[in-house]
Ligand binder design. Structure first.
Ligand code: SF4
Length: 233
C-alpha cells in the first residue's frame, strides 16, 4: 500500500484551500486503493451527510454502515430514510447489536446507559462496529480536527489499532461553517435536531442540546466524564 502522502505527491497536490479541502482527493485515493474493501461508518449527523455526498461523487455504490443502537432519535431514522431516497444506489446497512434492549436489561439491568455508559457503548456500538469492520481492510470516518481536543491530530490516513484497520478521514480540515455552507449549497437533507441546538447527535438517552457552541460535543453524555463512545481510540 502506498501512503496517502506518496499518492498525493505522485498524482495530485492537495491544497487545503480547495473548496473540498482535500476530501475528494482522499476519497479518490481510498477507493482506488481499497475498492470494495472499504466501508463508511456513518452517524448521519450533518458531517456524515456531507461526507456521503462527497463519497457518492467518487463511488455511487459505496458501502455505508450505521450503528443502530435501537435508541436513536426518531428524527435520525427519518434522516436515514431521506438519504436512502436521495442516493438509492448507496448500500446502507443498519447494523444491530447482538443484544436486544430487553436482553440487555435482563443481563445488565434497566437503562445501562445511566448505570454504566461505557459498557452500554461497548455492547451497542463498539462490538457491532468491530463486527461490521471485520470483513474490510479500511473504513471511512467523518472526524474533523476542529471537533475536539481528542481529534485535533487526526490525519487523512490513520492506523487504527483498536479495530486492526486503516481509518481514512477525508474531512479533517473542514470547519463547522464549511460543513453547513456545503450542506446548504447542495440542498442536502439533514437531521432537524441540528436546528434545535444539537450540533452533535448520538443516542437519545445520552444526547442533549449543546450548552456551548464552543464545544460542539458538549451535549453528549452531559454530567458524565465520558466524551467518546470508544470508536475512535
Ligand atoms: Fe448506550 Fe448512550 Fe452509548 Fe448509546 S451513547 S450506546 S445509549 S451509552
Amino acid at each position: 500500500m502506498i501512503t496517502y502522502q506518496e499518492w498525493e505527491q505522485e498524482e495530485l497536490q492537495v491544497e487545503i484551500d480547495n473548496p473540498d479541502k482535500g476530501a475528494l482527493n482522499a476519497l479518490k485515493w481510498a477507493y482506488k486503493e481499497y475498492g470494495e474493501d472499504i466501508i463508511y461508518a456513518c452517524s448521519f449527523g450533518i458531517e456524515g451527510i456531507v461526507l456521503i455526498d462527497l463519497i457518492h461523487q467518487v463511488n455511487p455504490k459505496a458501502k455505508i454502515v450505521f450503528l443502530d443502537t435501537n435508541v436513536h432519535f426518531k428524527e435520525t431514522y427519518e434522516t436515514i430514510d431521506k438519504v436512502k431516497e436521495k442516493y438509492p444506489d448507496l448500500q446502507i446497512e443498519l447494523k444491530q447489536p447482538s443484544l436486544t434492549l430487553e436482553e440487555q436489561s435482563k443481563l445488565y439491568g434497566e437503562e445501562l446507559w445511566k448505570t454504566n455508559p461505557n459498557e452500554c457503548c461497548r455492547l451497542r456500538k463498539v462490538l457491532p462496529l468491530e463486527q461490521a469492520l471485520s470483513g474490510y481492510s479500511a473504513w471511512l470516518s467523518g472526524l474533523r480536527r476542529e471537533q475536539s481536543e481528542t481529534r485535533k491530530n487526526v490525519q487523512f490516513i490513520n492506523k487504527d489499532d483498536r479495530f486492526q484497520s486503516i481509518k481514512v478521514c477525508p474531512l479533517i480540515h473542514w470547519t463547522w461553517k464549511d460543513i453547513w455552507r456545503y450542506a446548504h449549497k447542495h440542498d442536502l437533507p439533514y437531521n432537524p435536531l441540528h436546528d434545535q441546538g444539537y450540533p452533535s447527535i448520538g443516542c437519545a438517552p445520552c444526547t442533549k442540546p449543546a450548552y456551548t457552541m464552543d464545544d460542539l460535543r458538549s451535549g453528549r453524555w452531559t454530567g458524565n466524564q465520558k466524551t467518546e463512545c470508544g470508536l475512535h481510540g
